[in-house]
Design a protein around this ligand. Structure first.
Ligand code: CP
Ligand code: NVA
Length: 308
């Protein structure tokens, strides 16, 4: 049995296989053919933070695969009132076939997985957002820009950045990460990624100058400057991140025809300008839709390995 907690635990071949399954299921869905591979199975979805895409994509995806999803916010279940994670894990995994969790501390999801009898999927923690990267890479494949990619991430060193770093390390592409001083990526995660990069040939560079990161990039991406749980720091962050907005001037430094990705929700006038966002809205909303298809691929992949 496998869990999907970070991309670190997956090989390049496995990541690409999951995306391929997702693309196949997507093709079938668009042709009106449903894959009921998870018929009669249930997915428990524990949300300790808000969500639009993650909830809608997992719930819809599970239904389309013939199964059922349960939405469990921490206001609904005893986890929010102090029932231990390890007890919650043993109860839920005795009844459900898979669990998706969105929470704060990454250690919570690790503890849950350690006590779970069924696969656990990370639907975002403070440290990682790996399901988003499956959708992002699927989108790059569909747009035919994944080969010889030079990616630039501009903004906060957060869960999205860490997952981009892990994806680059595993798949072997070049990634430049520019963050303001003091908002760099986690040093331990970077060290682990650089170790993996030695084998894959990935080039991962971190810096504090967004222009240096974007220069010649073929894919540019960013994320909110204020992640869930950091709302109290918003005003201060807006001041510190000044100069990190991806706007037309910034995009003009990238390679001609460079693509822009955003995991959403996007804050125009902060991490991205209205103009850049709207110019690239087609790929950004395809990226959002691909959450559904990529995660269906993931759930089918994990289910196949359950108990093997
Ligand atoms: N990108 C993403 O995970 O969106 P939600 O927070 O809406 O789920
Ligand atoms: N970094 C953001 C991603 C939202 C999908 C957050 O954690 O709030």
């Amino acid at each position: 049995m496998r869990h999907f907690l970070t991309l670190k635990d997956f090989t390049k071949e496995e990541i690409l296989e999951i995306i391929d399954i997702g693309l196949e299921i997507k093709k079938n869905l668009k042709a009106g053919v449903y894959n009921y591979e998870l018929k009669n199975k249930t997915l428990a979805m524990i949300f300790e933070k808000s969500s639009t895409r993650t909830r809608v994509s997992f719930e819809t995806g599970m239904f389309q695969l013939g199964g059922h999803a349960l939405f469990l916010s921490n206001r609904d279940i005893h986890l929010g009132r102090g029932e231990p994670v390890k007890d919650t894990a043993r109860v839920i995994s005795s009844m459900c076939d898979m669990v998706m969790i969105r929470t704060f501390e990454h250690s919570m999801i690790e503890e849950f997985a350690a006590y779970s009898k069924v696969p656990v999927i990370n639907g975002l923690t403070d440290s990682y957002h790996p399901v988003q990267l499956l959708a992002d890479y699927m989108t790059l494949v569909e747009y035919g820009v994944e080969k010889n990619m030079v990616a630039a991430y501009v903004g906060d060193g957060n869960n999205m950045t860490h997952s981009w770093i892990m994806l680059a390390a595993k798949l072997g592409f070049e990634l430049r990460v520019a963050t303001p001083k003091g908002y760099e990526v986690d040093a331990k995660i970077l060290k682990e990624a650089l170790e993996i990069a030695k084998e894959s040939g990935a080039v991962i560079k971190t810096m504090n100058d967004p222009k240096e990161a974007i220069k010649g990039a073929t894919v540019v991406t960013t994320d909110t400057w204020t992640s869930m749980g950091q709302e109290d720091e918003k005003e201060e962050r807006i001041k510190i991140f000044k100069g990190f907005m991806v706007d037309d001037d910034m995009m003009s430094l990238a390679q001609n025809g460079a693509r822009f990705l955003h995991c959403l929700p996007a804050y125009r006038g902060l991490e991205v300008s209205e103009e850049v966002f709207e110019k690239h809205s087609e790929i950004v909303f395809d990226e959002a839709e691909n959450r559904l298809h990529a995660q269906k691929g993931l759930m089918v992949w994990l289910d196949k390995r359950r108990g093997l």
